[in-house]
Design a protein around this ligand. Structure first.
Ligand SMILES: *Cc1c(COP(=O)(O)O)cnc(C)c1O
Length: 218
């Protein structure tokens, strides 16, 4: 069951800073999601396509669903009719497939490019240099059924404040560079998704615009 005291505390912390809260509801039952829905939470994040589709079918249709996990291209079809934001786009192939499925549904799907900033070898994403290169090619910007709205990144899984802080600062700097170089006229490029339960306070200090919080709420 969600802890509404913590939920309200986090909402208050984010409110003044204009930061969006994605409640990460992976591994949580629909009853827990409904409890937060009744507290007016509308944005939820899931990392498995099958779980996401089951929850989408059972829950109110004004929920905005975000996909935050590694996305296999053969599963895009299932979420294309309703997904609000995909945080984890990291290849040209994925952009093309999302664009195709979005077009079949007469939709424009909002996407974030996932940046690899952590030191672990297990995290997905493009390095900062690859992000710049990818956007320079202009390929994703030309697809008419996807919209690149910003970047997402995860810090290393460490207790070191210094390390997380420098990774988040680097990510914010990359976001600002991309905005200036490639999207200066595009108001929709406005989302920097960084910060989870353990490190969202650091992310707030570093200029995040969207945090993805799960475990501390449940
Ligand atoms: C699980 C997950 C989160 C939430 O992590 P918590 O530590 O539970 O807050 C955020 N982002 C991604 C990509 C995740 O997989």
């Amino acid at each position: 069951m969600p802890n509404l005291t913590i939920y309200n505390q986090i909402k208050n912390e984010l409110h003044g800073k204009n930061v969006t809260l994605v409640v990460v509801s992976k591994n949580q039952p629909t009853s827990s999601i409904l409890t937060l829905y009744q507290s007016n939470q509308r944005i939820f994040g899931e990392n498995k396509v099958q779980d996401l589709c089951e929850k989408y079918n059972k829950l109110p249709k004004d929920i905005e669903w975000h996909f935050i996990g590694h996305l296999q291209s053969n599963k895009i079809k299932a979420i294309a009719p309703f997904i609000s934001l995909i945080h984890s786009v990291d290849s040209k192939e994925l952009c093309l497939k999302i664009n195709t499925e979005a077009a079949k549904n007469n939709r424009v799907i909002n996407c974030l490019l996932q940046v690899y900033i952590a030191t672990e070898q297990t995290k997905f994403g493009l390095t900062p240099a690859q992000i710049i290169n990818f956007l320079s090619l202009g390929f994703a910007q030309k697809l008419s059924n996807i919209r690149i709205c910003g970047l997402m990144g995860m810090a290393s899984n460490t207790n070191s404040f210094e390390q997380i802080n420098s990774e988040f600062k680097a990510l914010k700097q990359l976001f600002d560079t991309c905005k200036l170089q490639f999207f200066s006229e595009d108001n929709y490029f406005d989302t920097l998704s960084m910060g989870m339960s353990a490190d969202y306070k650091i992310a707030l200090a570093c200029g995040t615009s969207m945090v993805r919080i799960g475990s501390i709420l449940f």
